[in-house]
Ligand binder design. Structure first.
Ligand code: SD4
Length: 346
């Protein structure tokens, strides 16, 4: 089913390639009229190798991904190494062992990796004490008949393969956790912010690779698994179409197969930004919280077009290719779109 662009772009903001924002109301000129009727406004595109990732801290990860790829390694090696860079940064409270711990004071990491060629995937969740869950996920993908290992089983698998171990929690996060515990006992604790790296790469041969890693929701219930390691939730790659990744409150992504839906909308002909917006509108139309979801998506397609969108004010994401490496602002959505399908589920 083709969905009129007007129906979902509505009153959103669209990120320009230079990072600025422009109103993208369908009536305000973002659609071009031609003799053949209304045409879609293309998202920015870039010549591959092209890398896109969530948040400004994705920028060094993108640069690392390109550096590894240019050195002759595979696309899978490149995305893994890019995400490892973020995992190794102990000052990042959202990814790797520097992350905010679960409620028992120990960091539990979630990660996954996908290869477009062969449609392969590997994933781990609630892993304690290992520095690079994305690499464990890759080994699950390459050395087992399974897709996902969790908790103690994933740790045993990693230990047997001599993956690098690390602290249960960093001293800084332990001190913050102790304060949180005290505040919680006094019933004054707030949930801290948390982010995730989802990273996608399009290679010059048209292959797509993706990886995702997070310490998840700060002070979560031990054993809680978010969207990030869920194939189709926090990450999805279809080598014939494109890839998508998510960040934000995983519970609001994984109930809707968010990244899978973004890719499916691109398959129907939407640009990456349009597909991210349509996914947000779909989720908001179903969720009792409406647009109060705190979720964001990035996407790239097979043609080298890229985009992103988030609820509220949107979010910042990073893009790199041979010509540039920069941080962009995504569009943000706070209300349902105007147009004939505005009241329906897109
Ligand atoms: C999760 N989606 O575990 C992750 C966390 C995140 O911005 O991305 N926060 O729910």
């Amino acid at each position: 089913m083709k969905i009129p662009r007007r129906a979902f772009i509505g009153s959103s903001l669209v990120a320009l390639a230079d990072g600025s924002l422009a109103a993208a109301n369908s009536k305000s000129g973002s659609q071009k009229k031609s003799g053949k009727g209304v045409q879609r406004e293309a998202d920015p595109s870039a010549k591959p190798p092209l890398v896109i990732s969530t948040w400004p801290f994705g920028k060094p990860a993108n640069d690392r991904t390109l550096e590894v790829f240019r050195s002759g390694k595979s696309g899978l090696d490149a995305v893994e190494q890019g995400v490892r860079l973020a995992e190794a940064d102990l000052s990042n409270p959202s990814v790797g062992l520097g992350g905010i711990p679960a409620a028992h004071g120990v960091v539990q990491l979630d990660a996954c990796i996908m290869s477009g060629p062969g449609h392969k995937a590997g994933s781990v969740a609630a892993v304690e004490g290992f520095k690079h869950p994305v690499s464990i996920a890759r080994r699950v993908m390459e050395e087992t008949r399974h897709v996902m290992l969790v908790g103690e089983g994933a740790q045993r698998f990693a230990r047997e393969r001599k993956f690098e171990e690390g602290p249960a929690v960093t001293p800084g996060q332990k001190a913050a956790w102790e304060n949180w515990k005290k505040a919680q006992e006094a019933e004054k604790a707030k949930a801290p912010n948390h982010d995730t790296i989802a990273l996608l790469m399009l290679s010059p041969s048209g292959d797509i690779f993706g990886a995702c890693s997070t310490s998840g929701w700060g002070y979560k219930i031990p054993g809680r698994v978010g969207d990030s390691p869920i194939i189709g939730g926090g990450l999805y790659v279809d080598n014939a179409v494109g890839g998508a990744g998510a960040t934000g409150i995983g519970e609001n992504v994984m109930r809707y197969c968010g990244s899978f839906l973004v890719v499916e909308f691109m398959r129907q002909g939407m640009s990456p930004t349009e597909a991210c917006l349509a996914t947000l509108h779909r989720i908001a139309s179903m969720d009792p919280k409406g647009y109060d979801l705190s979720i964001n998506f990035i996407a790239l397609d097979k043609r080298g077009r890229f985009g992103a969108a988030g609820t509220g004010q949107g979010f910042q994401y990073s893009v790199a290719c041979d010509d540039f490496s920069k941080v962009l602002q995504s569009p943000g959505v706070t209300q349902k779109p105007v147009g004939p399908l505005g009241g329906n589920r897109l």
